[in-house]
Ligand binder design. Structure first.
Ligand code: AMP
Length: 401
């Protein structure tokens, strides 16, 4: 199958060509025809499957095929984080390069100028508005958001949004939209709360499930059973004196991220940290220098585990195990993309062993446990890890991760 089989607008085909998209991914093959028929859709698909293009292409096609001539919001995409919102916006820019399609990201943080810029985009009616729920509601409360002409609503990473406690916000936003619209829901997992949400806001949806929760074959996975007090030394042992590929290290808190960043910098390694204490422009700067390979090691909280598109990562280290088995798959999915190879190493402390078994159940195999180098055996564990499954009113603190 090729993109021409969808009968997409000629300008889109040109953009796809310029972007080097040769053939549709499975989610695109399955979703695009239904979306073009204006049907509601639930798609179970992870980041990395091409899900963003799966909904953007038909939506942009629609805009090009029947331009309304109005300066009005045509499509609302709701996404959990500003990073994802920005990335979706960049994809619109790519697909819309040859076309008169406007889009704007609306996300929290930033200063008064950011707010004003977002307000302008809303008031002027960007064709595609990509928003995080909290900030969009804040704008809605100011009274100038006009959703009268919205035809498509996309919920991207819906499971993540519910985990972050955005359920009520989403419902408030949905209530403000025209009842007659197309709704597309994308989610990496399909727990019952997602099914419930889908029942409430979708109309006779078509369902697609792209095989999920299995890491790519090209990822070599390994784990160390290691006490917390030895983790820094183990990272150093793994990285010292080696030619380092782009490496992503996930830690559970921003304090750990900062400490590890310092330690690695002291070793003379090229490292940067990314966490919620950084303002948006700083985060973007860090990300782009990592993408450009000016920085080799990025230490991050889970802010980066999903939805962020980065290629060529050779090594992912889970300094702490993630909050959920699905997040493990997302984290290690940062490596070995596009059928290349990569390595994912996880540190498991005493209190995390049971939880790691759940990860192994999800991925359907036991991860090889590598013996520690003799000088790193022993040591003490810190307090057992507290697993904050974000939800309910924890949204505010979570958004600062
Ligand atoms: P997503 O799952 O939407 O985050 O997409 C993951 C990455 O795959 C992004 O870098 C997209 O630009 C890229 N991508 C999406 N669809 C295709 C395609 N059909 N061919 C090549 N790359 C693609």
């Amino acid at each position: 199958m090729t993109f021409t089989d969808f009968n997409l607008h000629a300008t889109l085909l040109e953009s796809l060509d310029a972007m080097g998209f040769e053939k549709p991914t499975p989610i695109q093959e399955q979703a695009i025809p239904y979306i073009m028929q204006n049907r509601d859709l639930i798609a179970c698909a992870q980041t990395g499957t091409g899900k963003t293009a799966a909904y953007l292409l038909p939506v942009i096609h629609n805009l090009l095929a029947s331009p309304s001539g109005k300066h009005a919001i045509n499509t609302l995409v709701i996404a959990p984080t500003r990073e994802l919102a920005l990335q979706i916006d960049q994809q619109v820019e790519g697909f819309g390069y040859y076309a008169p399609v406007t889009s704007a990201p609306v996300y929290g943080g930033g200063d008064g100028a950011t707010w004003d810029q977002q307000k302008r985009a809303i008031v002027q009616g960007a064709d595609i508005l990509i928003a995080t729920p909290g900030r969009l509601l804040a704008h809605m409360q100011m009274g100038y958001v006009d959703f009268t002409h919205v035809q498509h609503l996309v919920l991207d990473e819906a499971d993540r949004m519910l985990d972050m406690g955005f359920s009520e916000d989403i419902m408030m936003i949905v209530k403000a939209l025209p009842a007659k619209r197309q709704t597309l829901l994308f989610s990496a997992t399909m727990p019952s709360k997602i099914r419930h949400l889908a029942k409430t806001i979708l109309n006779n949806p078509h369902e697609i499930s792209i095989a999920i929760s299995k890491p790519a074959e090209g990822i070599l996975q390994a784990a160390y059973l290691v006490n917390d007090s030895r983790k820094n030394e183990l990272v150093k042992h793994l990285l010292a004196g080696k030619k380092i590929a782009s490496t992503l290290i996930f830690a559970s808190t921003k304090i750990k991220v900062k400490k590890l960043e310092q330690e690695l910098r002291k070793m003379g390694l090229s490292v940067a940290g990314i966490h919620s204490d950084l303002e948006q422009p700083e985060r973007e700067k860090v990300l782009s220098s990592f993408r450009a390979k000016q920085v080799q090691i990025l230490v991050a909280t889970d802010i980066l585990s999903r939805g962020i598109d980065m290629e060529d990562i050779g090594l992912v280290i889970n300094y702490d195990i993630p909050n959920s088995p699905e997040d493990y798959v997302h984290r290690i999915g940062r490596t070995a993309r596009a059928e290349s190879t990569g390595v994912a190493i996880t540190f498991i402390n005493e209190s995390e062993r049971e939880e790691f078994k759940r990860i192994e159940q999800l991925i359907g195999k036991e991860v090889n446990k590598v013996p520690l180098p003799p000088h790193l055996e022993g040591g003490t564990d810190n307090k057992p890890k507290q697993h904050h499954r974000p939800g309910g009113n924890q949204r505010r603190s979570f958004s600062r991760r």
